[in-house]
Structures are given as structure tokens and as C-alpha cells.
Design a protein around this ligand. Structure first.
Ligand SMILES: C[S@@+](CC[C@H](N)C(=O)[O-])C[C@H]1O[C@@H](n2cnc3c(N)ncnc32)[C@H](O)[C@@H]1O
Length: 495
């Protein structure tokens, strides 16, 4: 056991829930690729380097019949996580202090193994052990999630990191190091003329760092290790442990070079039909910085044609909102991120309207099929391609699990205990669908904390008036109704 104080004990790492690591996501991606993963409702999940469990604990809360195990080298965050688990009374999760180099078969087999933010930041033996553990502990239909910094984008991060490390090697205090490191980059940047290519590259790095906390810069930029890798190197490494590339944890964005026919043709003529080499070519064009790769056992038969028969095994949600279109019979659907689709395809309109009415609940595609066929969307190869065209810009999302959401805003609404625990600690909360919901408005944050299922509307309003005596009652009543509706749609209210 490793007992030295870890930098993660001294400086807390800002941990979140990562939707791409959720077993629901892994199972949906595995199913879309022709696998038959374990049901999310009854599975075993291992998170390596779980830190304080900010990712794992909300999963365990939302999926009570599944079992969750996590471990991390750093004692202090693990103890924080254990305290949260005790407060929530969860019995399906265990997190412990442990070194990846020491754990193994005693943990048993897992349907899903997760390692977020580890691979690129540890030494070669630890990186190798991570993939060895995935190879040893993954069930035959299991899927592992491993995120890592990729090349060529990682070269840029490496360049700025080296300067930051050079300029701060004699500074001991974490906060002072971050301040100095940022100042140094700014100094170098300003030494270059406006419009200069090097200045632009540095400016991009500085800009992306400005959005991040000092703690994350301290660990991620100024940490001991940094090893970004080529995608193909990573996959070769995984293959030495009996694993193969399944997919990324999320579908590529609509503007991806992979969806540009000219680039796709050129890449194919350069590297042939090898999917991995094609992906590598895409990474060069994407200037890829970060990957969230899913792995499965080498024996699994992976399909890459997104077949309707696999989609039928899944559920769908949509957060898109409909409005009338310009042309007769057309409708416009707008996603929360602003993607707009104007369509007069009756099948697509029927699908998106049914999902809009059900939102935030998921609907099974197989059950929807008769109505879709009647509306003109058959689930054949062409229909499957239409669904993928909706999935890529996130107008629809595939799921393998129904989250335990409230059916409606009840008389005494209850927000999940995990979101209330979050709200007591910080201005954001994890939803039952494993997303992060902002609570930057004090009124919204207080309202969430009050939603423990004991208060009706009058009781809630009374408590809000006591908390915000300077805000007029009418305004609070409006904010109460709006807040409940936002929380319901954001999957914060539980069944
Ligand atoms: C960048 S943090 C990522 C934490 C968390 N997975 C996340 O993404 O928010 C890296 C974590 O890896 C842990 N770690 C590093 N080496 C480890 C090892 N050999 N065994 C277990 N955990 C390790 C650190 O203690 C730290 O919590």
C-alpha cells in the first residue's frame, strides 16, 4: 500500500459526474455496436482512480440494484467520498484507498470499468496496469471506458506545460505556482506580434486554461507525469491485454472531419479500409486533444454499421422543442445547444413530437415502431440512417436504461437526495441522468434544498419567503413554479 501523501490529498481535485462514463452510455454504445452488454439495472461497475467518488456515488444512487466499487491512491478524497456514502445511506457502493499496482482479481469481475483522467497522467507501469486490470476483470460482454490525452493536440499542451514547469520549479505553494505559471504564458504570448501563428496557438491554450480552476491547472498542467498518445498507440497497448477498440463514448460532432465526404475518401485512399488507421487520420485533421475510448474483449464481434436491429434494443430521449416551420407541414426542432432542424419528414416529426411529450423520460424504440412506421419512418437500413442523423447533432439520444425519474411534479415534490447533498456543498448538482445542473441562482439552490418530499406548494412558498424576506412573494411564487418545472425537465426530481 502506498502511504505517502499524494498531491491530491493536499489540493482537492475538482471532480464532477461525467455523463460519458455512465453505464447507461457504455451499454448504449456497446449495443449500437452489436454487443449484448449487461443490463444497467443489474451490473457491477469498477471505477479506477475514483478520487472522492463525485462520478461513482451519483451512479450508485440512481441504480440501486447494481454494485459499484471504486478506489484511489489518495486517502483524503477517499475519506470525503466515504462520508458522503454514509450520509446517503448507500449500501451498493464501496470506495477505498488503494494503489492500482496492488489491486487485482480479489475485486471480482466487472461489466463496466471506468478510468477517467488517469492514463495520461501516470507512469508507464501504472498505465500498463490499468489496461491489464481491464483485460483481467472485464466480463465477456463488458465495456471499459478509458479517457486520455491524445496526439497531435497533446503536443501543444505538452509545450505550454514544459514552459509552466520550467518557470515554477522553485515555487512551493500550489496557488503561487499556478499564478506564476499563468503569468509566464501570458508574458511569452505578449512578446509575439498580433496575428502571429505562435501567439495564436499560445492564446488558444491560455484561453482554455482561463475556463479551468486553479486546482485543476495545478494537477493537470503542473503534475509530475504527462504522456499524451496517438490513438493507434493506445489501441495497440490495449490489444496487448486482450482488448479491442469498441468506439468512443459519444458520437462525433456534426462538423467532424469524418463526416466530410472528401476528407473521408482521401483518408481511405491513404490508409485503406483499416478503421483504426482511418480514425487516426481523423485525429490528425481534428487536432485531437482528448479521447474517451471504449474497449471490449478482443473476441467480441463489433459491428460498425449502426443496424436497426440493434437500435430496437434501445430507448430514446429528446430535449428538442418543436415550433411551426416555414413550409406547409414543416416543423422546427431546436435542441438545448441551439441545433435547429426544419423538416417535413412525417416520420421524423412524429418521433420528435412523441419524445418531446415524454421528456425527460425515455421511450423504447421497439414500442414506438408501429407509430413510426404508420407516420412513414420504417426501421430498416434507411430509417436507421435517419436516426443516426438525428443522434449526431444530439437531437435524440440513445439509452439502455430508464432513470428513476418522477412521472410528474407531485403534490410534495422530492429532488434526489444526491442532488440535495450536492446543493448543500456547491452551486451545481448531479441529475439522475448523470448530467451537471447549474444552481448558480441562490433562489434555485435554496428551492432544491427544500425539496425533500415533505412540503407542498404552500409549504415551499412559506419556506422560500422566510429565506428571502426581501424578494416580493409574487416573484417567489413565479420562481417556485419555474424552478419545479426546470428541475423536473433536468431529471432532478425522483420517482
Ligand atoms: C486527475 S485525477 C482524476 C480523478 C477522477 N478520476 C476525475 O477524473 O475527476 C487522477 C487521480 O488518479 C489517482 N491515482 C494516481 N495514481 C494512482 C494509482 N496508482 N492508483 C490509484 N489511483 C491513482 C490520483 O490520486 C487522482 O485522484
Amino acid at each position: 500500500m502506498h502511504n505517502e501523501q499524494s498531491p491530491y490529498d493536499a489540493v482537492a481535485y475538482p471532480s464532477y459526474s461525467y455523463p460519458d462514463t455512465h453505464p447507461n452510455r457504455l451499454a448504449a454504445m456497446a449495443t449500437l455496436h452489436g454487443l449484448s452488454p449487461a443490463p444497467v439495472e443489474h451490473c457491477r461497475v469498477l471505477e479506477v482512480a475514483c478520487n472522492e467518488g463525485a462520478n461513482l456515488i451519483p451512479m450508485a444512487y440512481a441504480i440501486p440494484q447494481s454494485e459499484f466499487v471504486g478506489f484511489d491512491l489518495a486517502r483524503v478524497p477517499v475519506e470525503r467520498g466515504q462520508q458522503r456514502i454514509r450520509e446517503l445511506g448507500l449500501t451498493n457502493i464501496r470506495i477505498f484507498e488503494g494503489d492500482l499496482l496492488d489491486v487485482g482479481a480479489e475485486l471480482g469481475q466487472f461489466d463496466y470499468i471506468l478510468a477517467h483522467g488517469l492514463y495520461a497522467w501516470v507512469s508507464e507501469p501504472v498505465r500498463d496496469r490499468l489496461l491489464a486490470i481491464c483485460g483481467q476483470l472485464l466480463t465477456p460482454n463488458g465495456a471499459a471506458f478509458v479517457s486520455y490525452d491524445a496526439l497531435p493536440g497533446g503536443h501543444l499542451r505538452k509545450m505550454t506545460r514544459e514552459m509552466m514547469l520550467f518557470g515554477t520549479k522553485d515555487i512551493a505553494g500550489p496557488q503561487e505556482r499556478v499564478i506564476e505559471a499563468r503569468a509566464l504564458l501570458q508574458l511569452v504570448l505578449e512578446a509575439r506580434p498580433e496575428g502571429d501563428a505562435y501567439r495564436l496557438l499560445l492564446a488558444k491554450q491560455v484561453e482554455s486554461m482561463e475556463k479551468r480552476s486553479a486546482q485543476s491547472i495545478y494537477h493537470d498542467e503542473l503534475g509530475q507525469q504527462y504522456h499524451p498518445v496517438l490513438f493507434t498507440e493506445f489501441v495497440q497497448h490495449a490489444s496487448r491485454h486482450g482488448l479491442q477498440y469498441l468506439s468512443e463514448a459519444s458520437l462525433p460532432p456534426p462538423n467532424d472531419p469524418g463526416s466530410q465526404p472528401d476528407f473521408k475518401r482521401a483518408a481511405e485512399s491513404a490508409v485503406g479500409s483499416d478503421v483504426l488507421k482511418q480514425e487516426q487520420m481523423m485525429d490528425f485533421a481534428r487536432m485531437r486533444v482528448f479521447r474517451e475510448t471504449l474497449l471490449c474483449r478482443a473476441e467480441c464481434a463489433v459491428r460498425r454499421d449502426f443496424a436497426a436491429q440493434d437500435m430496437r434494443r434501445l430507448l430514446l430521449t429528446s430535449q428538442a422543442v418543436s415550433s411551426p416551420g416555414q413550409a406547409a407541414g414543416a416543423k422546427v426542432f431546436t435542441s438545448p445547444s441551439g441545433v435547429k432542424l426544419e423538416t417535413n419528414h412525417t416520420g421524423v416529426i412524429a418521433l420528435l413530437e412523441m419524445l418531446e411529450a415524454a421528456s425527460p423520460h425515455a421511450l423504447g424504440l421497439e414500442e414506438l415502431e408501429p407509430q413510426l412506421v404508420e407516420a412513414g419512418l420504417s426501421l430498416d437500413a434507411e430509417g436507421a440512417a435517419v436516426l443516426m442523423q438525428l443522434a449526431v447533432p444530439r437531437l435524440i439520444t440513445f439509452h439502455a436504461w430508464k432513470a428513476p425519474l418522477a412521472q410528474e411534479i407531485s403534490v410534495r415534490p422530492r429532488a434526489s437526495a444526491i442532488s440535495r447533498q450536492d446543493a448543500a456543498l456547491r452551486p451545481y448538482a448531479t441529475t439522475l441522468l448523470h448530467a451537471t445542473s447549474s444552481l448558480s441562482e441562490p433562489v434555485a439552490r435554496r428551492l432544491l434544498l427544500l425539496l425533500d418530499g415533505t412540503r407542498d406548494r404552500a409549504g415551499l412558498l412559506e419556506a422560500m419567503k422566510a429565506a428571502f424576506p426581501d424578494v416580493p412573494g409574487e416573484e417567489l411564487a413565479t420562481q417556485l413554479e419555474r424552478g419545479l418545472s426546470v428541475f423536473y425537465r433536468a431529471a432532478l426530481l425522483e420517482a
